[in-house]
Design a protein around this ligand. Structure first.
Ligand code: FSO
Ligand code: SF4
Length: 560
């Protein structure tokens, strides 16, 4: 196997024997094949779309398959095999229906022609389709960067689709982009242009999901979320899919079972539509990588609506359920909706919860969030006043992901050491490194403004663009905003490409730069966009906020 798509790539190079995430070589090969199959489907879809044909089935297939191949999403080999077979059948159906004369490339790449006789033949093909089959390291780097950006965009497209929202331009690009990774005529500059175009579509995908979420569930508002527990039995919901959560809340109403959020589902508490459920009890635990301990002490059923799922311990595997792109062989999977109007059936979780103990308390108190773009615009007056008077001197965007690497304590230290006239803008599970620190507010404005999930990084971009307009600045980089972004998986890649498309420069990316950036590709990003890694907290404070924290300037408020 060879996989280097996430921040935990072994030795900062790539996982070859087994994933740091736990992915086996067998599963890695099947996920490579799934992406390969999607390339073939996208080649057909790109050609058919140019001829004016609809490719609805292929559109859904590629979005689903790319999402399934994201880090920590689908661990289920039989399910992956079934999805690969579905893709081959779909590709062949398209070919049979329209014929080969639809402007397909000639000769057709293997991705669009392979037809294994059985599962064994399919598995045997895997080594010939992985990342390393592109031998030129720069082309490999750009192809994979593009694929990872598309994977991230696919995740956001799927959540939007679940709420009845779509964007054909982004889907067209997804097919075209995937097809481009099979085209040996495309050289570095060609691929670089497509990678940057991916950023533009990333902005559209995030805007689409923002509109889908807010038009369905209302605009996030400032909310205090309980992090302690109640006495009822309960279900814990993790991941990013708000519709799954909504249907579970509806079905568990008056059942005596409470619903808690974990990890990236925390921002659901900020939406008006969910607040009306009295049994929506609070947020339990921290970021995804602590789930093995926190799922155990939760005691009740757990629903994973998206990544990040880590291989479960036996102690709670019998109460772990997956749905959507997530899967784990041996854990029950709640079936998808056949039609958009269908409702998923979560009754099995509710019945099991009633038999189990209430969650064990692991924390008490509360956290505050809900600072998405609409809410921040309501606070524009006080924020602008604080900027003008110098009470707020700098914002630091600390969006992105958390992860288990020890060096990520950097982010807690950085947040703790930030001077008292700086405000953190956050989104994604990166926040769990500092959202419980008692940082003293500035004129009533919290020092950590949480916009929501990783896709809500879009909100931070909207806020930045609005600030630029109000302050009469020409360039987004003239704003008093520094970017200290933590990444882990491929959704962070599309967020990064989207920020680059919006013209944001000098982003600090950590805790390590992606293994999939070859030295030459990394240099292009450094030269063009000023992307850098992170240094020590002390040095980065000077670089990013312009001054070190004097030892006596302790802005950590007393806990009471
Ligand atoms: Fe985190 Fe996992 Fe949202 Fe990712 S839970 S790491 S970027 O899947 O999606 O921030
Ligand atoms: Fe390694 Fe990350 Fe790939 Fe898992 S997803 S195999 S940790 S690079």
């Amino acid at each position: 196997m060879f996989c280097y798509q996430c921040q935990e790539a072994a030795k900062g190079e790539g996982c070859r024997i087994r994933g740091t995430c736990g992915k086996t070589p067998e599963l890695a090969a099947l996920l490579d094949l799934l992406v390969f199959t999607s390339k073939g489907v996208s080649l057909m879809a790109t050609a058919l779309r140019r001829q004016g044909f609809s490719t609805k089935e292929a559109d859904i297939y590629v979005v689903d398959s790319l999402f399934m191949s994201i880090t920590n999403a689908n661990w289920d080999e039989p399910r992956t095999l079934a999805q690969i077979h579905r893709g081959i059948a779909l590709r062949e159906t398209m070919l049979a229906r329209h014929g080969a004369d639809v402007g397909l490339p000639s000769p057709l790449p293997l991705a669009a022609t392979f037809k294994p006789a059985d599962d064994a033949a399919l598995r045997a093909l895997a080594p010939a389709v992985g990342v390393l089959t592109t031998t030129d390291v720069d082309l490999r780097s750009l192809r994979e960067l593009l694929i990872y950006g598309l994977k991230g965009a696919a995740a956001y497209l799927e959540h939007a689709r679940n709420l009845g929202h779509g964007n054909d331009e982004v889907v067209e690009f997804m097919h075209r982009g995937l097809a481009a990774t099979t085209d040996d005529a495309l050289l570095t500059q060609d691929l670089l242009a497509i990678v940057l175009e991916c950023g533009r579509h990333g902005v559209t995908a995030m805007a689409l999901l923002d509109n889908a979420n807010t038009s369905t569930y209302g605009n996030p508002e400032i909310t205090t979320v309980n992090i302690g527990v109640r006495k009822n039995p309960a279900i814990l919901v993790s991941g990013h899919d708000l519709r799954d959560l909504h249907e579970l809340l509806e079905q568990s109403r008056d059942s005596g079972v409470d619903i808690y959020t974990h990890g990236e589902m925390l921002p659901a508490h900020y939406y008006p539509a969910f607040k009306k459920f009295p049994h929506f009890a609070g947020n339990y635990g921290n970021a995804w990588w602590l789930q093995d301990k926190e799922f155990e002490s939760f005691n009740g059923p757990i629903l994973l609506t998206t990544n990040c799922l880590v291989p479960p311990r036996a102690s709670y595997a019998d109460r772990l359920y997956t749905t959507g792109a997530v899967g784990y062989d041996g854990c029950p999977h709640i079936p998808e909706r056949a039609q958009l109007a269908d409702i998923k059936d979560f009754s099995v979780l509710i019945a099991q919860a009633k038999q189990l103990a209430a969650p064990t308390e692991i924390e008490t108190g509360s956290i505050t969030g809900g600072f998405a773009h609409h809410q921040v615009m309501q606070l524009a007056g006080p924020i602008l006043e604080a900027i003008k008077t110098g009470a707020i001197r700098k914002f630091v965007v600390m969006a992105g992901c958390d992860g288990r690497m020890k060096s990520r304590s950097y982010y807690t230290d950085f947040a703790t050491e930030l001077p008292s006239d700086t405000v953190i803008l956050t989104a994604g599970c990166a926040k769990f490194r500092y959202n419980k620190l008692p940082l003293a507010p500035i004129n009533g404005i919290p020092r950590v403004l949480d916009a929501g999930q990783c896709n809500d990084s879009y909100s931070l971009a909207v806020i930045a663009l609005k600030l630029k307009e109000v302050l009469g600045l020409k360039d987004i980089n003239d704003l008093p905003i520094a970017y200290n972004i933590a990444w882990y998986e491929q959704k962070a890649v599309i967020v990064l490409l989207a920020l680059l498309h919006l013209g944001v420069k000098n982003i600090h990316l950590g805790p390590t730069l992606p293994a999939f950036l070859s030295p030459n590709v990394a240099q292009i990003l450094i030269d063009t966009f000023g992307i850098t890694g992170i240094d020590t907290v002390e040095n980065d404070l000077v670089t990013m906020v312009g001054r070190a924290t004097p030892a006596n300037e302790c802005d950590v408020a007393l806990a009471n």
